[in-house]
Design a binder for this molecule. Sequence first.
Ligand SMILES: *Cc1c(COP(=O)(O)O)cnc(C)c1O
Length: 372
Amino acid sequence: MTDFIPPAKPIIGDEERAAVDRVLRSGMVAQGPEVAAFEEEFARELVQGRDCVAVNSGTSGLHLGLLAAGIGPGDEVIVPAFTFAATGNSVALTGATPVFADIDPETYTLDPAHVESLVGARTKAIMPVHLYGHPARMDELAAIAQKHSLLVFEDAAQAHGAKLGGRSVGTFGTFAMFSLYPTKNMTSGEGGMVSVDSEEMRRRMRLLRNQGMETQYQNELIGFNNRMTDIHAAIGRVQLTKVAGWTAQRQANAAFLDANLQHVRTPVVLDGAEHVYHQYTVALPEALAPARASILARLKDEFGIGTGVYYPVPTNELPSFARTGGDSAVDLPNTRAATASVFSLPVHPSLSPADLERIVEAVNTVTAEAGA
Ligand SMILES: *Cc1c(COP(=O)(O)O)cnc(C)c1O
């Protein structure tokens, strides 16, 4: 059989290995000068100079960002259910309640009208996700937030470098989190970077990640050990020099898929949006949705093409949330339709022109034979 094309492929090369070696040889591996340099470089390259604070995972970044912004028991934060569980988890971990809103079916990001219908006396914030690398509808969400005096936080885990109206994601919210997990658009092994909109947020984030202390043994608040190591930061710094090129390659790959896929709905890009294609996600026509599992099995077994379904279950219907007060009965029709019909094709920068041809040929063949 032909070589398997994986759905994602982290690119880690000699420069990353040399950077790790440099840190290991220095004998100082915990949070230190590499982390500080990574924060400055990330701020400059990806969030138009906003202050950044590095942590040990994207999930920690969301959790600490929410705590730093004062979110806690009794508060509600409106989030999408069509996302990775970490979005809702981070809200629940603070003791606040995630309130799940529907998505707009075009971009798979929060539907502003539904968000506004859910605003109540306890609502403190809206946390959109820039899902798959496409910016959420930040202008409309910001207007709703302003009208109801709400904070805006960004889950930018999948959206390094995405823009809306020329403005980088990560510059709209009180804070924004970028994940550095290996399958994301750039990695540090594990890690998260949080951009913040004020010196006060920066200070609180730095305290919370380090046991609540800035000066040793003068702990000001109860905090965590969520520090990034210099080993991870050294990897991230190398990746940061490459992410723009990788993004351009993802966009070129996406353009080829857009132009050649025949029987699926290809990603929609809003006017003024720059999509960075963390995932290239297509939707099957309604009549074919029930055949998704068999279509994906054929793509893998007969054509050697790896795919993924992000996300098959809305967060509010996960056992964890159904048990812990999540409102699984809430009706989110666009979320339900998306969970049943989407799948993601390889779009990563390692794909060759021949790989892209193979993907197109396979998807067009298998969807046609399924009855498209
Ligand atoms: C990956 C991801 C996270 C969590 O990031 P980790 O670094 O894996 O903790 C949160 N939200 C979304 C949308 C993600 O894709």
